[in-house]
Ligand binder design. Sequence first.
Ligand SMILES: Cc1cc2nc3c(=O)[nH]c(=O)nc-3n(C[C@H](O)[C@H](O)[C@H](O)COP(=O)(O)OP(=O)(O)OC[C@H]3O[C@@H](n4cnc5c(N)ncnc54)[C@H](O)[C@@H]3O)c2cc1C
Length: 393
Amino acid sequence: MTTPTTERTVNPQTGKRALFNDSQLGWLTKAMAFAEKIPLADKIKSDTENSFRRDLFEAACKEGFGGLPFPKTYGGSGGDYVSFCLLNEEFGRTVVPVMSSLGVHILCQEPVYKFGNEEQKKKYLPPSSTGEYLAAFGLTEPNAGSDTAAIQTTAKLVGDEYILNGTKTFITSGAAADYYIVMAKLIDDKNPDAVKSPKSITAFIVERNFPGFAVGQKFNMLGMRGYATCEIVFNDCRVPKKNLLGEHGQGRQVALGSLAKGRVTIAAQATGWAQGALEGIVSHLNAHREKLNEVAYLVGELAMQVESARALTYQAAYAIDRGEGDAVLAGMAKIQATDAAMKVATEAISIVGEEGTEPKLLLERIFRDAKAGQIYEGTNQIQRSLIARNLLK
Ligand SMILES: Cc1cc2nc3c(=O)[nH]c(=O)nc-3n(C[C@H](O)[C@H](O)[C@H](O)COP(=O)(O)OP(=O)(O)OC[C@H]3O[C@@H](n4cnc5c(N)ncnc54)[C@H](O)[C@@H]3O)c2cc1C
């Protein structure tokens, strides 16, 4: 088993593990063992056929990955966020084809754990950990991407049910999930203008079998293929009152809090992509030493970019574990890591040449996935603006 990530966590002088404790490294070892069992042909197939591997998701949950950072009282594994990031870095490095669905699955459990009542936590968290339930996150709409305040999906309380109408787009795991965390604007008959305000945004837990819910068009995307990404449609969808998540008007808080953590997950995944592409370059140059002189400086620069991504990612992950999660730091980690992944994958294909575009090296897959990573859960441009706004406030 090759152990690049683990090796770097050990100080060669002292033999001590500088950054990670035994429990965290235990999760990394488990993640490596899981990733190693997935044949290359399976990785390529889920990408070319754009097919979601539910069996692999369930196998990952059997290893305790499905509820890794949640307490055992709710069926979780009781690990920390750093451990979850180590897993994601490894899954990114080795291109594990359920990585993104697993990331979003954890992202969705976060608001249930934080804002859900006891009944909701007991109903949704344990089966999410075991893989019986797969979760998806519904925020983006055809006319509301970066500007989340512009969502048009509405909810209206009628008797004991909320009636939802609208369409969510680019929903990872959308066609395969069992429940969805959905943000909608609440209609208040007594104050008809209130629905226009972002303060009306409210979160719901919507199950796939609720009447009026449908899976819409599926997407054949450039990157992040094999994740059942699609539209989800609410056509007078009837959601029981007890499936309100948090309070009326708390939807933005629910969504943005989860996304701030999710961006650290993406940073870890992208650090893994960058590391995987760097390893592709090193392996190619070891076999083609004649190219080394020309690109040595570039390889040094790329290695530094990967390590910078890693440093910011784990700084952000440790902040989460200390209860000091910071949206600015999360944004910085996401930008640095996804930009590094894009840069290293691009250079990897240039250095390797034509062979670098073949699926078997996984470089072109990392290249396509990294592009998506720069866009989802808040584009890198928007993240940069948020960092600036925070400095200037
Ligand atoms: C692979 C993938 C998976 C996804 N999964 C999910 C999911 O599970 N759930 C979900 O809800 N969504 C999901 N999304 C949607 C994703 O979060 C959005 O694509 C993202 O927020 C950007 O929105 P948009 O695509 O509408 O782009 P836009 O918001 O239209 O942005 C287009 C460009 O304009 C720039 N821009 C926009 N507004 C401004 C501004 N005010 N100032 C400066 N520049 C601006 C952006 O930076 C970007 O460069 C996914 C997307 C992808 C690609």
